[in-house]
Design a protein around this ligand. Structure first.
Ligand code: NDP
Length: 250
């Protein structure tokens, strides 16, 4: 099993954007990236939650983060263009994006799947990562070593009954990451996918209400792969889809 311990200054001097930074895996990744020296742009829809993560980073002595409230369900290309413009103006650079935010939608047969929930889930899980990536690529390409990380799921690798828009969106994310990795082969931007595996978050509880969440790893335990793929130690790795549980801290 691979193991990875990030050096304390892994992301020093880098600017990294995390979507869904206010809770769950996104919150843990934001804290881990800040601990490794990154200035983190905390993007999410609830300012209160983002402020909580901001305070945790500041209290731990990390580089002052930035908060970017945005509801990915309603955001369009103009919103992402404005985001990229402000990141360049205010931070001067962008060295990585963790596309982490996602909506579960509902679990039910496709025959009964409510079209409006389909549209919401696709906006957050698929359209948002596409539009955000497209808007930020010119800035990422200016970085000497940029990382784009997408988030997959087991149900996106093999279609499974009742996972509807969520499963289909995750399958499409894997494909989008492969296309981007291929297209960006000769640029400083490397693209990879993390499949977190079962993780103790509110999404897990919502998806598996009958299972004990204490039996699965915490978001903090799966951070080694998140750090590895965001930092320069994975410079040679492109177009991979890796399981965070294989790199887990005990
Ligand atoms: P959580 O539901 O705990 O966190 C998801 C985050 O995304 C929250 O901060 C949430 O904001 C944010 N978000 C959701 N919708 C929007 C929106 N419209 N606009 C902006 N932000 C939004 O999920 P996890 O931490 O468990 O999941 C993180 C990633 O890992 C997801 O991509 C998920 O698919 C994937 N994953 C998780 C697994 C698990 O077992 N937990 C297993 C496999 C994959 P808010 O706090 O406001 O709701």
């Amino acid at each position: 099993m691979p193991s990875y311990t990030a050096p304390a200054d892994l992301l020093s001097g880098r600017v990294v954007l995390v979507t869904g930074a206010g809770d769950g895996i996104g919150r843990a990744a934001s804290l881990a990236y800040a601990r490794a020296g990154a200035q983190v742009i905390l993007l999410g829809r609830r300012t209160g939650k983002l402020e909580g993560v901001y305070d945790e980073i500041e209290n731990a002595g990390g580089p002052t983060p930035a908060i970017y409230p945005l509801d990915l369900e309603g955001a369009n290309a103009d919103h992402y263009a404005e985001l990229a413009r402000r990141v360049e103006q205010e931070m001067g650079r962008l060295d990585g994006i963790l596309h982490n935010a996602a909506e579960l939608g509902v679990l039910c047969p496709l025959e009964l799947y409510p079209p409006h929930i389909w549209a919401q889930a696709m906006m957050v899980n698929l359209n948002a990562p596409f539009l955000l990536t497209q808007a930020c690529l010119p800035l990422l390409k200016k970085s000497p070593d940029a990382a784009l990380i997408f988030t997959g799921d087991d149900v996106g690798r093999h279609g499974k009954a009742y996972w509807g828009a969520y499963g289909i969106g995750k399958a499409a994310i894997e494909n989008m990451a492969q296309i981007l990795a291929d297209e960006l082969e000769n640029t400083p931007v490397r693209v990879n996918v993390i499949n977190p595996g079962p993780t103790r978050t509110s999404m897990r509880v919502k998806a598996y209400p009958g299972l004990n969440p204490l039996e699965v790893p915490t978001a903090d335990q799966i951070m080694p792969l998140y750090l590895y793929l965001m930092g320069p130690d994975s410079r040679e790795l492109r177009g991979q889809s890796l399981n965070a549980r294989d790199w887990m801290r005990p």
